[in-house]
Design a binder for this molecule. Structure first.
Ligand code: ARG
Ligand code: ZN
Length: 457
C-alpha cells in the first residue's frame, strides 16, 4: 500500500507529465450520474432534439432506423456515448463528417473526426438496423422497451428501455423534443407522441406517419406503437385535441377511451393547472403487458379495458412525471405517489370513497405489511415500482394535505406544476416548496412518511 501511494506521488510530480491544457477534451462519461443506474444516460452533453426515422416490418420484426440527435457539449469532448441495446450500427456521423464508433453492451461510443468544444452544438446521425430485443427484468419491471407484437409493436420504455429502439441519452434527467417519421406496411398504423404533422403518405405499399412532440420529453415516454388500430380524433369538451386508438379486439372500448380521456384531462387541468401538452388521449393495444404507461400525450394500456381510475392515474402523470420529470430514479414517488393520490382525488370527485377514507383503510394495514418496511422516498433500483412508492407515496401527500389544509395544499399542487413545468425535480424541491407555501417545518412529516422503515403514527 505505502509503496503504491509513494509511486503515485512520484508520478504526480513527474516533470514529464503533460502541461495542463485549458481547453482540454475528454471522453464523456458512460453514465449521467444516477448512482442507482450507473450506465443509464451519459455525461458531457445535453440533448435538445431527437429526430427518429423508423421503418418497421411486423412480419419480419425488422427495424431500420436513422436517429438524429441534436445536442450541446457541457464539456470538451474527445468522444461521447449514446445508450443503445442490441441492433447493428452501420454508420455514425457528427456534423456531417463520418465518425468512428464502438458498440459494446448498451454503450455506443462515438469518436468524432474532430473533438467538440465545450458549449458547442453538434448533430449526431446514427444509421442502424436489426430486430429489437425488449428488456426483460426478473424483478418487477416485466418486459419493456420495443416489444414486437402479432401485428406491430407495443412500445413502453419506462424506466430505461428507449435504448432497445433508438440511440439516446436514456435517462429522464435529459429531456428533449422529438420528431418521428415511422414507416410501416400500408394498412398498419403508427402512433407516436404529440400530433401528426400532415396526412400519412403511402408509396410502394408503405405508409409513413409523421408525428411531432414539441414539448420536452423524457426518453422513456417516447413511443412508436405500431399495429392495426381504430382511431377516434377530436377535442375534449374543454378544447384539448384528443386522439384515442384501440386494437380491433378492443373496438367496444374506443368511445369510452376517447370521451373519458378528454373529460379527465379537462378536470385535472382545473386541479393541477393548465394541461402542459398540445393533445391528450390514449392507446389500448392487444398486448398483455401487465401495466399501463403514461407515454407523453398518449398513455398506453397493455391489453386490458382501462377503467376510469387507471385513466385518471395515467393522465395525472402528464403533469407528474411527464411535464415535471424526476432527476433521479430514487425520487419516483414524485411520479407514482402523485398519480396514485390523483386516483383518490378522482374517486372523491366522483362521489365515491373520499381520499381520507382510502387513506384510513390503508393506514389500518397491520404493522407487518410490506409497505411499512419500504420507505417510498428512496425507490430501490431492484424494486423500483414497489407498491409503497405508489400507495405510501400517496399517503404522504394526504398527510401533507391534512397538515397544511386544503387551500394551501391545492395551491401547492398548482404552484409545483407551474414552477417546474417541462423541467426536472427532486424530493427536496417539493419539501422546500411545501414549507415555503405553508410556512411550516414539515421535515418530521416527510421524514416519517417517506424515509422511515415503519408505519407512521
Ligand atoms: N409508470 C407506470 C404506471 O404506474 C408503470 C410502468 C412500469 N414499468 C414497467 N416496466 N413495468 O403508470
Ligand atoms: Zn403510474
Amino acid at each position: 500500500m505505502a509503496l503504491f501511494a509513494a509511486l503515485i506521488s512520484v508520478l504526480a510530480c513527474s516533470p514529464v507529465s503533460e502541461p495542463h491544457q485549458s481547453n482540454a477534451y475528454q471522453a464523456g462519461a458512460p453514465g449521467i450520474g444516477d448512482a442507482d443506474f450507473p450506465t443509464d444516460g451519459n455525461g458531457g452533453y445535453d440533448v435538445s432534439h431527437y429526430g427518429l426515422a423508423i421503418d418497421y416490418t411486423p412480419a419480419t420484426k425488422h427495424l431500420q432506423g436513422v436517429t438524429t440527435v441534436q445536442a450541446s457539449a457541457t464539456e470538451g469532448l474527445s468522444s461521447f456515448n449514446l445508450d443503445l441495446a442490441g441492433l447493428r450500427v452501420r454508420e455514425v456521423s457528427v456534423d456531417g463528417s463520418s465518425a468512428t464508433f464502438t458498440h459494446k453492451g448498451n454503450e455506443l461510443t462515438v469518436t468524432p473526426a474532430a473533438p467538440i468544444d465545450k458549449q458547442d452544438r453538434f448533430t449526431v446521425k446514427v444509421v442502424y438496423d436489426g430486430t429489437p430485443q425488449p428488456a426483460k427484468d426478473s424483478a418487477n419491471l416485466g418486459t419493456y422497451g420495443f416489444i414486437p407484437t402479432a401485428d406491430g409493436a407495443f412500445v413502453a420504455s419506462e424506466p430505461n428501455g428507449s435504448k432497445t429502439w433508438f440511440p439516446s441519452n436514456d435517462h429522464p434527467a435529459d429531456k428533449a423534443t422529438f420528431d418521428f417519421a415511422i414507416t410501416v406496411p400500408a394498412g398498419v398504423t403508427a402512433l407516436a407522441n404529440g400530433e401528426l404533422t400532415g396526412r400519412p403518405t403511402t408509396t410502394d405499399g408503405k405508409t409513413t406517419f409523421n408525428w411531432s412532440e414539441r414539448h420536452p420529453m423524457a426518453t422513456y415516454l417516447a413511443t412508436a406503437t405500431v399495429g392495426k388500430f381504430q382511431l377516434r380524433q377530436g377535442a375534449s369538451p374543454g378544447g384539448i385535441p384528443t386522439v384515442a386508438a384501440v386494437d380491433p379486439k378492443f373496438a367496444s372500448v374506443l368511445d369510452k377511451l376517447y370521451t373519458e380521456s378528454g373529460r379527465i384531462t379537462d378536470y385535472w387541468s382545473t386541479v393541477f393547472g393548465p394541461y402542459p401538452f398540445s393533445s391528450t388521449g390514449g392507446v389500448v393495444d392487444d398486448y398483455s403487458a401487465g401495466y399501463a404507461l403514461e407515454n407523453q400525450t398518449k398513455p398506453l394500456y397493455g391489453g386490458f379495458d382501462p377503467d376510469e381510475m387507471i385513466m385518471a392515474h395515467e393522465l395525472a402523470h402528464q403533469w407528474f412525471g411527464d411535464s415535471l420529470s424526476i432527476k433521479r430514479w430514487k425520487d419516483l414517488w414524485l411520479n407514482e405517489g402523485f398519480a396514485t393520490y390523483s386516483e383518490w382525488l378522482w374517486s372523491e370527485h366522483m362521489g365515491k370513497r373520499t381520499a381520507d377514507e382510502i387513506f384510513k383503510t390503508v393506514h389500518a394495514r397491520p404493522a407487518g405489511d410490506p409497505i411499512w418496511s419500504y420507505p417510498p422516498g428512496q425507490a430501490k433500483p431492484g424494486d423500483l415500482f414497489n407498491e409503497s412508492v405508489y400507495t405510501r407515496g400517496a399517503m404522504a401527500l394526504h398527510a401533507l394535505r391534512k397538515a397544511i389544509g386544503d387551500p394551501t395544499f391545492f395551491k401547492l399542487l398548482k404552484t409545483w406544476t407551474a414552477r417546474h413545468r417541462y423541467g426536472n425535480v427532486t424530493t427536496k424541491d417539493f419539501v422546500d416548496l411545501s414549507e415555503q407555501l405553508s410556512g411550516k417545518n414539515l421535515d418530521p412529516l416527510f421524514d416519517a412518511w417517506l424515509f422511515q422503515p415503519h408505519r407512521p403514527a
